[in-house]
Design a protein around this ligand. Structure first.
Ligand code: FAD
Length: 418
């Protein structure tokens, strides 16, 4: 009798989840588990919570949705809390389950947990599944990934690669095992709703995708993606992608179908182009690993020193610079920020306030509803000039940005008068 745990990480979905499908095919009993790791409830070295309230709410909704789906299919979702290694080890001792299936996350902290579980004696099968293109589909080994995004993209386009097809369906899900003391196990965490911009969960993700393409918003993506406000302007797929409520492959396939139906245009190309950036930062992690997490990144220079007072001004939106303050207040209030505003506030922190880029990245980790370890680290490295970009860092000219993107001050007034 084969019994296994499916450990959900950033892949809170049933559709196109190869790791979960493999688990379902490989055992007689399967226990889907999510662990609320205690280190994410703690404060970081800069003294703030690693997961803020917006992301927490979105996560809880996504888990709620996943649980309901699993229950409808005769399974369930067990939520555990504590140190992942400790709670899973306790579980192994008490219930004798040794096999764990999960998605592979190529970031240092996430890889360490897997290694620790293996060292504890678990048989762990972790499967890569978060990119639009599978690493094996690339025309080069990830260790030879071009350091310049344009070169990477050109090689992908030369091979006419668009995306790796999502898997067809998960098939039947094995029942959960009958565990001793199962009454002690919590199958239900209470979700808190903080009044949000986005609704978590696979159902909401698919509905969002349906509406986005049905309303043909993608046609104007190229012209509108850089706007500072407006729910319809960029795709807003990121919160669901970050929690894995939908896969990048599913979005790319829908995009391809859309092109077949209506014809490709600048909007459809640019949406694919941005999803390719997302992949690029993933593959960069496979290539460089821990080096991306050092203070100097891939450069020769370490980060600026951390200054608590200026950090407080930046995070609370009280620097006195209107555009930056508006952005930081929006982030605090909603957990979301347009790509352009992310670039502006990050650049301001690093180059005008001489801020420490790692503290900035940690603040985004805490606040962003769509925090994604690869995209966040990759973008901060890029702006700080500590990644692979040969042009060095990205210092934005604030006056130029305000004139171009908020000439009448509508965005600034909205958040500063709030
Ligand atoms: P769209 O413009 O509609 O793009 C479609 C999708 O492409 C996005 O959902 C996202 O998955 C991907 N994408 C777009 N731009 C980028 C990019 N520059 N890098 C990687 N992927 C991209 N994105 C995150 O998902 N999580 C993060 O933690 C994150 N941190 C960032 C930190 C900084 C300093 C900066 C400058 C950017 C960061 N981004 C991050 C990238 C980008 O800002 C967001 O993906 C985007 O704003 C999300 O809105 P959207 O879904 O409407 O994007």
């Amino acid at each position: 009798m084969k019994i296994a745990i499916y450990w959900y990480r950033n892949d809170l979905r049933l559709i196109d989840n190869p790791a979960f499908s493999l688990a379902a095919k490989s055992c007689d009993f399967l226990l889907p588990v999510y662990v609320h790791d205690k280190k994410l409830d703690a404060t970081n070295q800069w003294n703030f919570l690693r997961v803020g309230e917006h992301r927490r709410a979105f996560l809880n909704e996504s888990l709620q949705d996943l649980r309901l789906q699993l229950i409808n299919l005769g399974s369930n979702l067990l939520e555990l809390a504590g140190d992942t290694r400790v709670v899973l080890e306790k579980f192994r001792r008490e219930h004798g389950i040794e096999q764990i299936f999960c998605e592979k996350i190529e970031a240092p902290e996430e890889l360490d947990v897997i290694q620790d579980l293996i060292d504890l004696g678990f048989d762990v099968k972790s499967i890569w599944q978060s990119s639009m293109l599978d690493p094996q589909a690339l025309p080069f080994n990830c260790n030879e990934l071009p350091n310049v995004f344009t070169q990477f993209r050109q090689q992908i386009e030369k091979q006419r690669l668009r995306f790796t097809a999502p898997i067809e369906s998960t098939g039947p899900i094995p029942p959960i095992p009958n565990l001793q003391n199962s009454n002690d196990l919590k199958f239900n965490f209470v979700s808190k709703n903080f009044g949000k911009l986005f609704e978590g969960g696979e159902d909401a993700a698919n509905e969002h995708m349906r509406q986005y393409f049905d309303r043909r918003l993608v046609d104007s993506y190229k012209e509108t993606r850089n706007r500072l406000m407006g729910i319809d302007n960029s795709s807003k797929f990121s919160p669901w992608l970050a929690h894995g409520c939908i896969s990048a492959k599913s979005i790319a396939m829908r995009l391809c179908d859309y092109e077949k139906q209506y014809c490709a245009n600048d909007g459809t190309y640019w949406l694919w182009f941005e999803l390719l950036w997302r992949d690029y930062f993933r593959f960069l992690h496979i290539k460089y690993g821990n080096r991306l997490y050092q203070s100097k990144g891939l450069s020769q220079e370490v980060a600026n020193l951390f200054d608590e007072k200026s950090f407080l001004q930046w995070t609370t939106g009280t620097t006195g610079v209107r555009l930056v303050d508006a952005g930081m207040r929006e982030l605090l209030k909603t957990g979301f920020l347009s790509n352009r505003m992310r670039q502006i506030v990050a650049s301001f922190w690093i180059y005008e306030m001489n801020g420490n880029w790692q503290a900035g990245a940690a603040w985004f980790e805490s606040q962003l509803i769509d925090y994604d370890v690869y995209s966040n680290q990759g973008n901060w490295l890029y702006i700080a000039g500590k990644g692979t970009d040969p042009r060095g860092g990205r210092a934005f000219n604030l006056t130029k940005q305000a004139n171009e993107h908020d000439p009448d001050g509508v965005y600034q007034n909205m958040w500063l008068n709030d």
